[in-house]
Design a protein around this ligand. Structure first.
Ligand code: ADP
Ligand code: MG
Length: 408
């Protein structure tokens, strides 16, 4: 091994270290740094990250590094590069001394000649077992050979780029889940406030009826004049306001939003929903009878499920499996069980957990989850049952009607 190859070896080793130390976010910056490190280590100057976009049927450059800041090139239509993409799927990398004459890269000849690229080393980016893109190390100057160790280095760069892309996607999923959780909490607050307002409107309406009746009695007894008139007008106005408030706060969902939902459909939607909302170390096991059915507003039923599953998750600080079961209970009711093996609820709290605003989670809790669950179950004509063994876990069971109530 000559002195020159010893130096390259050292370069590659320190470049690998620099790549390993790259912070993953923000993605654009991380990719640019990775390309820059690679361009210095392989002395290729121009390094780009390209991704296959199956919908648009093209290979698109999402990041290009060159010391002189060359612009990102236009996407290449997949139809124009069939043998180049096939080679990338069959080989971990593709190295060529001169891309402009090599038959393997004849597909991309137009691109290479347009940009004055000769020697080229392209390594496939893999994700879940398939090729999703490529990192291209391109040399615009005189031709050169790529050594085995350099090709292996290019593979490492592609793997790190794959990791950066995946971290970015995971982060954005996490952000999405967080936004959904915040939205759910807001929805619970609005629900609670409207229920409170509906209660007040109802009680106030009753009080105003008493006042109106009293006024009628007074008028019959001959009381007249400005004061009675003023009170009557104010009362009428008050009644109109409470009617308006009642209309505004009346149940968000009506019978027309409710329908028969079948286990086989719920299994799929719940699976997707819970899969997106829960991540390791928490897992949901779904045990759904495809033949069972409920009569429900699907969105509200999901709201119920999410609240219970989130509570189960919160009860298992170190993670674990949450069992969600959906079965027929009897001719009238289906039953949904959400079972955790978490901390459980101490006997002195069992009576309080359904009360609005009761929470043991401090700022992290709203205390509105279980009260919403109970409200929605009751609204549909169902009921909620809870059993808990401190230290062993909690089971919340909901009995939910299988069909619309028969009105006579
Ligand atoms: P929050 O989750 O915002 O605290 P909830 O109404 O959903 O409000 O729950 C109220 C309280 O009931 C929780 O703070 C917790 O103490 C208790 N709780 C609810 N579900 C569970 C469960 N599966 N395991 C243990 N405790 C629970
Ligand atoms: Mg909760």
């Amino acid at each position: 091994m000559g002195e020159h190859s010893a130096i390259t070896q050292l370069n590659l080793t320190s470049a690998r270290l620099a790549l390993a130390r790259l912070p993953a976010a923000p993605l654009g910056e991380a990719l640019k740094c990775a390309c820059k490190i690679a361009s210095q280590a392989l002395d290729t100057r121009r390094v780009g990250v390209w991704l296959f976009e199956p919908e648009a049927q093209q290979l698109r450059c999402i990041c290009l590094y060159s010391p002189d800041g060359q612009p990102v090139p236009a996407p290449l239509p997949m139809a124009d590069i069939p043998s180049y993409s096939a080679t990338l799927r069959e080989q971990r990398y593709l190295a060529t001394r001169d891309a402009q004459v090599d038959p393997v890269t004849r597909d991309v000849k137009q691109y290479t000649s347009q940009h004055g690229i000769h020697s080229m080393l392209d390594a496939a980016i893999y994700r879940a077992g398939s090729v999703v893109g490529v990192v291209c190390h391109e040399r615009q100057g005189p031709v050169r050979e790529f050594k085995e160790s350099e090709c292996e280095f290019a593979v490492t760069v592609a793997d790190i780029v794959a990791y950066l892309l995946e971290s970015d996607q995971r982060l954005s999923l996490e952000r999405q889940v967080h936004r959904l959780e915040v939205k759910l909490k807001d929805a619970q607050r609005i629900d609670a406030v409207s229920r409170f307002a509906a209660g007040i409107a109802h009680d106030l309406g009753n009080l105003l009826t008493v006042v109106t009746t009293g006024l009628q009695v007074l008028e019959k007894q001959g009381a007249a004049g400005d004061v009675v008139k003023m009170v009557r007008e104010a009362t009428n106005h008050g009644s109109a306001l409470t009617r308006q408030l009642s209309r505004l706060t009346r149940g968000v969902s009506t019978d027309k939003d409710r329908q028969v939902l079948r286990g086989r459909d719920l299994k799929e939607t719940w699976g997707t929903l819970l899969g997106a909302m829960l991540k390791a170390p928490w897992v949901v096991a779904l045990d759904v009878d495809p033949e069972a059915q409920v009569w429900a507003d699907a969105v509200q039923l999901e709201q119920v499920l999410l609240n219970l599953v989130f509570n189960a998750r919160d009860a298992m600080a170190n993670g674990g499996t949450i069992l969600v079961r959906f079965k027929k209970h009897d001719e009238q009711f289906a039953r949904i069980d959400v079972i955790d093996t978490g901390v459980g609820i101490p006997p002195e709290h069992v009576a309080d957990v359904f009360a609005p605003y009761f929470t043991t989670k401090g700022d992290q809790g709203t205390g509105l989850g279980l009260s919403t669950v109970q409200f929605l179950a009751h609204e549909h004509g169902g009921r909620v049952d809870l059993s808990s063994a401190p230290g062993d876990g909690t089971t919340v069971t909901i009995y939910w009607p299988v069909s619309a109530p028969v009105t006579v």
